[in-house]
Design a protein around this ligand. Structure first.
Ligand code: NAD
Length: 296
């Protein structure tokens, strides 16, 4: 897809960060936008500003992507309202910092519901509409944590690896069936958004310090730049898009070193991660290191 003018784009998680930046960037081309987010006020704000930036039309919907029936209803309403759907960005996501041993099932399921099932629901709900469009592109947001395992990020990594496998399989299916639907997986590195501030962390971990560390040390790319890189990937019909120099380096490291990357990850993560050493009985008030990487 070379031109976004007049195209209908549906974006989940459009109330903040990458989703909001995608909405604003598409507005500059005069796209028509179906925006959703679990935060109703935030998505309404995005929609209003998008109109000022040049979007020809916007809708703003409160949507929990972990609710399959609600996602289906939103996809059908969007297609009915705009008459077609050309672009879908399954972007909504959350983060969780907790070791496998500390992680509560409730938090694990919360994250998978949004970061994996939300993407799967969005994909299946919109696919029939995309197939009917003259030009169509589906974009699912994974992460660099869909390329390598990271201590304290098992749930996030599981979801983002799953998004990657799901999306790459779909891309093959679309190509084999000679469908016109293009499919892209996006692997952002650290992007300066609200993700770490709104993350859940294991009981006792210093959430504020973890978020500070993410903002200061890890989030090196702006959401605006991320949106431009993603849209360039759509224009060039890239199978995978790496966002930021860190993402490009991690992709290269994975391909060159394979499992040899693991000691480097441990070296980097070990300095700041809140992983308690394995012990039969953990001390009652073990002091946690000050900061930890959050989801990327
Ligand atoms: N920020 C990064 O460093 C980074 C790196 C790699 C991947 N990502 C991915 O990018 C995507 C966007 O994240 P972001 O960094 O812009 O974060 P963000 O927190 O700024 O924005 C996420 C948006 O998703 C919304 N959301 C949360 N739960 C939802 C739900 N159940 N239903 C619908 N909307 C919901 C939030 O309200 C928020 O507006 C996520 O999938 C995230 O995992 C982010």
């Amino acid at each position: 897809m070379q031109d976004f003018a007049g195209r209908v784009a549906a974006i989940t998680g459009a109330g903040s960060g990458i989703g909001r930046a995608l909405a604003y960037e598409l507005s500059r081309y005069g796209a028509r936008l179906a925006l959703s987010d679990i935060n109703e006020a935030a998505v309404a704000e995005t929609a209003a500003h998008a109109l000022k930036l040049g979007a020809s039309e916007t809708t703003a919907t409160r949507l929990d992507v972990a609710d399959r029936h609600a996602v289906q209803a939103w996809a059908d309403e969007t297609a009915a309202h705009f008459g077609t759907v050309n672009l879908v960005f399954n972007n909504a996501g959350v983060a969780l910092t907790a070791s496998v041993e500390e992680m509560e099932w409730e938090d694990f399921e919360w994250l998978m519901g949004i970061n994996f099932w939300g993407v799967a629901y969005g994909t299946k709900a919109f696919l029939p509409h995309l197939r009917r469009a003259r030009e169509a592109h589906l974009v699912n947001i994974s992460s660099v944590f869909g390329l390598m395992g990271i201590p304290t990020q098992s749930a996030y990594c599981a979801a983002k690896y799953a998004v990657r496998g799901f999306t790459e399989s779909l891309r093959q299916e679309m190509a084999l069936s000679k469908s016109g639907v293009r499919v892209t997986t996006v692997h952002p590195g650290g992007i300066k958004t609200n993700i770490a501030r709104s993350a859940r962390v294991a009981k006792g971990l210093p959430q504020g310090e973890i978020a500070d560390h993410f903002d200061k040390k890890l989030a090196t790319t702006s959401p605006e730049r991320a949106a431009r890189i993603i849209l360039r990937g759509v224009r060039h019909n890239r199978s995978r898009v790496f966002v930021g120099p860190d993402a490009t380096a991690i992709d290269l490291g994975q391909r060159v070193l394979g499992a040899g990357l693991e000691p480097l990850v441990r070296l980097f993560a070990g300095r700041s991660l809140p992983v308690a050493p394995a012990a039969p009985a953990a001390p009652a008030a073990a002091k946690q290191p000050p900061a930890a990487p959050s989801a990327t």
